[in-house]
Write a protein of this length. Sequence first.
Length: 290
Amino acid sequence: MSPWIESSIPFVAIFVMLIVGTDLRAADFQRVRRYPVLVPGIVCGQWVLLIGAAGLAGRLLDLPPGIAGGAILFAAAPVAAMSGFYTQLAGGHLALAVTVAAVSNLLAPIVTPVAASLGFWFFLDSEQAMELPLLRVALQSLVGLLLPLLAGMALRHGAPQWVARWRGSLQAASMIAVAALLALVVADQFAAIRAQFALLSGAAMLLTLAMLAAGWLVVKLAAASADDRRGLLWGFPARNVAVATLVATSVLGKIAAVTFIAVLFATQVALLMPLALWLRRRGGHPSGGV
């Protein structure tokens, strides 16, 4: 990968998490008291089930270690801000989706390194295993995830009117930054992607469907309201691409993992947007508005 692309990844991750922080309030965490079992159960269930889904997909498809590692890193990342976008498209319970994302991102500096390490240890055998330095991942998560997240929350607290005015533009800028970064990765690694396109796209499709299936099963059992289910589903497949990419490059230096994450992100956008709109229509919500 080009050095300038690799060096830009930490800055994109910090920028994205800063914007995520501006969309969070203390009330988002206080809302956990209204869902004392549902929110912690969903957040913990996501990490457990998604690591399992990623590891099993890697074994079933006999994926190369770099691609299998990318899948595990993606599953170990916290919920992405894109989950709120899909929730809006689906007409789901946005406040509940934001609460799950807030708790997931707050816990990620601790849980993401541990979950990824356990996934590597359990699903990648000794000949394929990639050493994941736990302390280094934790440090990267602190600098690239928690600190900018808290800074974004502080910015919202100190300048609420400015954040409210520019909220839509800030969210769009973060999504564009992630999409642009992954587009650059695809362009840089185009030859490798073309050579393995069937493997990469097939693995991305299978993993996305497995994540959706796990999420649908959990929310069907855990949430009684259809609106709640349409809000909780998207946190399962929509994981924080910037964090997964940051760990893959800055800690592991695995270009194959970043390449797979880029293909996975594109596959998910193509699948999840139409699915969200279909669920909206099925739920009787109008096609326009929220």
